[in-house]
Design a protein around this ligand. Structure first.
Ligand code: BTN
Length: 251
């Protein structure tokens, strides 16, 4: 019997599904409330970036969660959400995506989906809002990043069955969320994340954490989902926030 019981609120146009989910959470929405919009006028990305959200070009989705996890495990919500998107794209579109730490789904090194997890104080306690943006058509891609991003339709060559993708995604989030909160759920989530990410182990990366930037090789995840990166002098640096990009070796 699933623990999470999702309900979906649909909007034609909205500022941001994450902002609406926050407003609803503050009004007392139970966990499982999902917000979906055909377009966003103020789509938000990580690190204060914007997320371009033209009408019907992407899946713009947020869910309210009220996890019973210790606060230090909340970053795993992003990892479990990435796994849920990975599951849904495999099931509905036959797409094998790669998960890039911490929250992007890529195909052929190009970004297909981004995830923004935020928290909001409510009368019922702290809630987590997980926002997911999946590029469905090429119209979703800002021109400036067109060589770094792609869409489901560009990759599959087929129109996406949006309704089915949403249905399967909501189900996958419910399953992954229940699993995360079960005994051994954290270890399981980390194991599965590592199994579906080329970034987990042995990947040469460039890391930007504010003004601290360095290069190194990935060495798995900490128990809270932070990325372990070994620098050239053999030290392990723990990356909890920031930008991680792949470094191609020449020759
Ligand atoms: C990122 O990669 O920077 C995260 C992007 C997250 C975008 C989604 S679209 C639905 C939800 N609402 C928002 O305003 N942002 C997230």
């Amino acid at each position: 019997m699933p623990f999470l019981k999702p309900t979906i609120l649909r909007f034609d146009s909205i500022d941001s599904t994450n902002l609406e989910a926050m407003r609803q959470a503050k009004l007392g929405a139970p966990e499982g409330l999902c917000i979906v919009a055909r377009e966003q006028t103020l789509g938000r990305g990580r690190l204060n970036r914007t997320w371009q959200s033209p009408r019907d070009a992407g899946l713009y989705f947020s869910i309210v969660l009220r996890p019973k996890l210790e606060k230090n495990a909340w970053p795993l919500l992003t990892l479990m959400s990435a796994l849920a998107v990975h599951d849904a794209l495999t099931k509905t579109c036959g797409l094998r995506t790669d998960i890039k730490w911490p929250n992007d789904l890529c195909f052929d090194e190009r970004k297909l989906c981004g995830i923004l997890a935020e928290t909001v104080e409510t009368a019922m306690g702290l809630a987590a809002i997980v926002g997911i943006g999946i590029n469905l058509t090429a119209d979703a891609l800002p021109e400036t990043v067109s060589d770094m991003a792609t869409s489901v339709e560009s990759v599959t060559g087929l129109p996406t069955e949006r309704g089915r993708l949403l249905e399967v995604l909501v189900k996958a989030i419910g399953e992954r969320y229940d699993l995360l909160q079960s005994a051994q759920g954290r270890e399981h989530t980390i194991r599965e994340w590592c199994a579906n990410s080329s970034y987990a182990m042995g990947r040469r990366v460039h890391v930007a954490m504010g003004i601290d930037t360095f290069e190194g090789t990935t060495r798995g995840l900490e128990g809270d989902g932070a990325l372990r990166v070994e620098t050239q002098d053999g030290r392990i640096k723990i990356v909890r926030a920031g930008d991680v990009t792949s470094v191609r070796r020449s020759g």
